[in-house]
Design a protein around this ligand. Sequence first.
Ligand code: UD1
Length: 420
Amino acid sequence: MGYYLVEGGHTIGGEFVVRGSKNAILPILAASILTQDEVVLDNCPDIADVKTSIEILQQLGCVVKQEGRSLMIDSSTIVQTCIPEYMVCKMRSSVLYLGALLARMHHAEIGHPGGCEIGRRPIDLHLRAFEKMGVHIKEEDHIFCCDAPVLLGYHIYLEYPSVGATENILLLSVRAEGTTVIHNAAREPEIITLVRFLRACGAEIYGEGTPTLMIEGVRRLHGAYFTIPFDRIEAGTLLCASAITGGNIYLYGPERQYMESTLEVLKQAGCLLRYDEEGIYLQSPKQLLSDFSVATGPYPAFPTDMQPLVMSLLTLAKGTCIMSETVFEARFRHVEQLCHMGANIQIHGRNAAVFGVERLLGADVVAEDLRGGAALILAALAAEGKSKVFGSRYVERGYENIEDALACLGGRVHLYKKDE
Ligand code: UD1
C-alpha cells in the first residue's frame, strides 16, 4: 500500500496556482461523447480519476490525445456501450456515462455502482428520471441494461438536489425530443460548468445555478474548446493546510463566490482572508478558534468534500465544534485515525463533536477515502514528529501530486508508492 511520509512542524505558505477541478472535469469527459466532433479541454488536472475516465472513453472506442494540460477527445469512433463493474467501482462518476451513452447510442450497460467508501450511494433518482424519459431498464447479474429507442422530455422533480442525478439527467435530456424541466436541481458550481460546456456544444439549457433547469432537446451537438475551471476543493485543502500549520498563503485562480461557505468557516476559525481579482490570501491566526457548528449540505451550504479537511483543522482549535454530515452517512471514517494522532472527537450519529487539543502526535494512519486521506495529511503536517499516511491511491484520485504541491509550499511530504 502506498503511503505519504510527512514530517510535521513545517509551515505551509507562499503562492500557488490551483489546478483544474476534479468534480467539474469528470462529468464533462462523460459529456464529450454526446458529439461526434472533437472536444478539446484545457486546464485538465493530472489525477487518477481523469486517467480512469480516459480508460473508459478508450474502452468505448473513443480516441483520446493528451498534450500537456489539454485533452482532445474524438468520439466519432465509439463502438462499445458497456462499462464494466470494476470501472464503476473505481470511480463513482462513471455512472454518468449511462446518461451520455443513452443520449448518443440509445443503449447502455453499466455495472452496479454498489457500495462505496463514504457510504451507500444509490442511483434510484437517476433511474426513475430516466424511466420517465423513455428509458427501459433491466437489472441482471448486477448489470443495468438500458435501452432508449425514443427519448422524450419530461418534468422531473428530484426529491433531493443530487449532483450526480442532475448531471445525468442533463446529459440525457440535451438530445431528447422536446422540453425537460428538472425541479429541485442541484445548484453546485460544477453543474453551472457542465451547462456552460454543453451550451458551448450547442445545447439549449436555461437556469443553471437555480433550482429549476430547463432543457430544450436538440438533434445534434457540435465540438467545443473548453477550459476547466479551478478546483474549489483543492483550494480549500491548501487554505486549511496553511491554516493548520500557522502559515500565510496566496492562491491564484479559485473563484471566491463559489467558496463562500468554506471561507466563512475559516474566518470563524480566526483566519484573516483577503481577496483580489486573481485569487485569495489567507493569514493564519496565532491560535485557531472553534465554538461554532458546521453542517454539510447541498450548495450553497458547506460542502461535504470539505468536512474532513476542516475537521482536521479544528482538532487544534481552541473550543468545541459540532460538525454535522447531512449528505453521506459514512463520511466520518477519518475520525478514528485523527484520534489515533491525539485528536479528541466524539461521534453521535451524523454529528461529530471536535474538542480542540493542544497538539497532535505523528502516527501511522490509514486513509479510507479521498478527502479523508487529505485530511490525515493535513493533521500530519501539524503533528509533532513523523507520520505515515497509508492509502495514497485514494488521495491520488483527486489531488495532482499533493506531495509536490505541499513540498513547494514548505512542507516535508514524500510519496512512497510501495511499503519501503
Ligand atoms: C456528492 C456531492 C458533491 C460532490 C461529490 C463528490 C452533495 C449534495 N453532493 O455528489 O457536491 O462534489 O459528492 O464528492 O453534496 N442519493 C440518493 N439517490 C440517488 C442519488 C443520490 O439517495 O439516486 C443520495 C446519496 O446517497 C447522498 C445524497 O443523495 O446521500 C447526495 O448524493 P449526490 O449529490 O448524488 O452525490 P454525488 O453526485 O456523488
